[in-house]
Design a protein around this ligand. Structure first.
Ligand code: 3AT
Ligand code: MG
Length: 340
């Protein structure tokens, strides 16, 4: 059992969480630079792909970006409804050939064998990596959903940044190396905040006036409540949770190490009542995270048993480290954690 939180230690925890946001979130100028790169690439691509449109998504737009986060870009072409009407592999290859002629880009690499074909690039002046995918429409919607949650309460941002820094320090936040993506950890934070009593955020996909509207995207309903200025009228728990961000961070570590039954339940942000792994027939994995729109998609499906244990151990260590009272920041604590 953890000792009770002293007021001073709670303040310190708050400070740690807020610092994660202050140190790593991009400035307004850096956000503008991302937008400029998008526009420049769009203009360039339009010369050969008439009607091409580029949209930023992922952490450039969801409110949880780091200064060095990659540029996730989705390309669509006016007049073409969806990816089925397009030869995606050929388009990616053509796009790569074109991007090689762009002065500002290096390391152009088409990847056509993946589930979502992309072309990767490195943008010299900004030092940012990026990739362009085609008709990744659901990702645009889940980006907006995350951005809406980020806008509801500042504690959402602080906690999602803290979680991201934590997963990077513990080396458990890289899906390409067998762990979970940033997106998956963000869903874990949001789920915890919905399940907290009283909740910090609502379930936006369950708020509607009479009947749940249907916004079909790739066969899935991408509806969520987005008139956030009216949220207090539709959500009875609005403003009820008064916990500080540090308390919530420790609460989250305790929740995932002591309370949440990973074997029994799914991490699922589209409904308030708990969903069972049995109902989804997802009983062979230990960490099960349902995508909020693509309900067939378990973000934990790629985890090995070994990696699952490694992730759970990181949370257990985190709970111990953050739950043990100290008086101050350790002396050698760097003023900015510049190594990311
Ligand atoms: P970083 O700051 O780049 O680490 P991110 O949120 O941009 O965080 P990614 O670059 O890995 O994360 O992914 C970009 C977006 O693609 C985020 C989400 O909208 C979508 N996405 C990523 N992984 C998945 C997934 N497994 N299922 C569905 N959508 C995903
Ligand atoms: Mg990204």
């Amino acid at each position: 059992p953890l000792p009770p939180l002293t007021a001073k230690f709670r303040k310190l925890l708050d400070h740690v969480c807020i610092k994660c946001y202050d140190d790593f979130s991009p400035s307004a100028l850096e956000d503008t630079a991302r937008e400029r790169i998008r526009l420049d690439l769009e203009e360039f691509i339009k010369r050969e792909f008439q009607g091409a449109r580029l949209s930023l998504f992922g952490s450039s737009k969801n409110g949880f970006g780091f200064k060095q986060s990659d540029l996730d870009i989705c390309m669509t072409i006016d007049g073409i409804e969806n990816a089925e009407d397009l030869d995606c592999i050929k388009t990616i290859e053509d796009l790569a050939r074109l991007l090689r002629k762009h002065q500002g880009l290096r390391n152009i690499l088409p990847i056509t064998s993946a589930k979502v074909p992309i072309v990767k690039f490195y943008h010299g002046r900004s030092g940012l990596e990026g990739d362009i995918s085609l008709y990744n429409t659901l990702a645009l919607h889940n980006t907006e959903l995350l951005a809406s949650y980020a806008a509801i309460d500042p504690r959402v941002k602080y906690l999602c940044y803290t979680m991201k820094v934590f997963t990077k320090i513990c080396d458990i936040g890289d899906a390409s190396r067998g762990s979970l993506s940033s997106y998956a950890y963000t869903l874990m934070v949001l789920f915890f905040l919905q399940q907290r009593n009283p909740p910090v955020i609502p379930v936006l996909q369950e708020i509607y006036k009479d009947k749940k509207p249907e916004i079909l995207v790739d066969g899935w309903n991408a509806y969520f409540f987005s008139q956030l200025d009216e949220l207090r009228l539709y959500w009875p728990d609005f403003g009820k949770n008064k916990e500080s961000v540090g308390e919530l961070w420790l609460g989250l570590l305790r929740y995932y190490t002591e309370d949440f039954d990973f074997k029994e339940h799914v991490i699922c942000i589209r409904r308030k009542s708990l969903l069972t792994t049995f109902k989804k027939q997802w009983t062979s994995k230990y960490i099960v995270i349902e995508d909020p729109f693509d309900l067939n998609h378990n973000l934990g499906a790629g985890l090995s048993r070994k990696m699952t244990n490694f992730i759970m151990k990181a949370f257990i260590n985190g709970r111990r480290v953050f739950g043990t009272t100290v008086k101050d920041f350790p002396k050698e604590y760097p003023s900015k954690m510049e190594y990311f």
